[in-house]
Write a new protein. Structure first.
Length: 249
């Protein structure tokens, strides 16, 4: 079975796209579709560069010199697997997000550890195009802000900086990587205001799914090893969201 990874960073002035597959035919097909759909949906008018490889190690050497922004990467390769390649690329560029092109849900938990962006099925042009559309939508909304008042003061928080929210009585505690904010609002109402990647995992907690690094039986692990409780009531919702988000179904 052929599985690919799709990785993208969040730079917004230019985009370097690489395709790496030890099977030249598959590499050419993926490159053809990537060029077609990325060019078609380039709503940010980025300067685009495309590169094709059949040797992952050669691509890593080029990535060390000048990091790629988008990478279509085969996992099943003879000398080095795609997971290891993805980890090396992420070590060089922490803004890279990873998408696996597979239809098998059993990769979902493992993929969280590798910063998955989405899953698509290899050879499925529609799924590839849908992922690219979503990619540009996400890039366009990178600097969206959550606005609210607290004690007559207006706050504007970069939505992407929010890690999680905690309901403490009638006060919502909003945690970012650097600060904690307060708002008088119910958990239901703030969910309605935040993007769909904010999911409820507990009666008192909402997490930013993009910040999830691992899931345990009753715990969600976020960036910086922050651990948030996950109650049995919401386990199914969390799993459904992660499957939907990563697989794009």
């Amino acid at each position: 079975m052929k599985i690919h990874i799709f990785a993208v960073s969040t730079k917004t002035t230019s985009m370097k796209i690489a395709v790496c597959d030890d099977d030249l035919t598959h590499a050419q097909i993926t490159m053809k579709d990537a060029k077609k759909f990325i060019t078609k949906h380039n709503v940010l008018n980025l300067d685009l560069e495309f590169f094709q490889y059949t040797d992952a190690r050669l691509m890593l050497l080029e990535h060390d010199k000048s990091t790629f922004d988008v990478v279509f990467l085969d996992i099943d390769m003879p000398d080095i697997n795609g997971f290891d390649v993805a980890d090396k690329m992420f070590a060089k560029n922490t803004e890279i997000f990873i998408i696996y092109t597979t239809s098998y849900d059993n990769f979902a938990r493992q993929s969280i550890k590798h910063r998955v962006y989405r899953f698509i099925s290899k050879g499925d042009s529609k799924e590839l195009e849908d992922s690219i559309i979503q990619l540009f939508n996400d890039l366009s909304s990178q600097h969206a802000y959550y606005n609210f008042n607290y004690k007559r003061q207006l706050y504007n928080i970069d939505i992407n900086s929010i890690l999680y929210c905690e309901q403490v009585r009638n006060t919502m505690m909003i945690y970012t990587e650097t600060d904690v904010y307060k708002q008088i609002i119910s958990i239901k109402k703030i969910l309605d205001k935040l993007p769909k990647n904010f999911i409820r995992c507990h009666k008192s907690y909402i997490v930013n799914a993009k910040k999830i690094t691992d899931t345990l039986e009753e715990t969600i692990v976020l960036k910086n090893n922050i651990q948030i409780p996950m109650s049995k009531t919401y386990v199914a919702d969390v799993i459904f969201y992660l499957s939907t988000y990563y697989y794009g179904k």
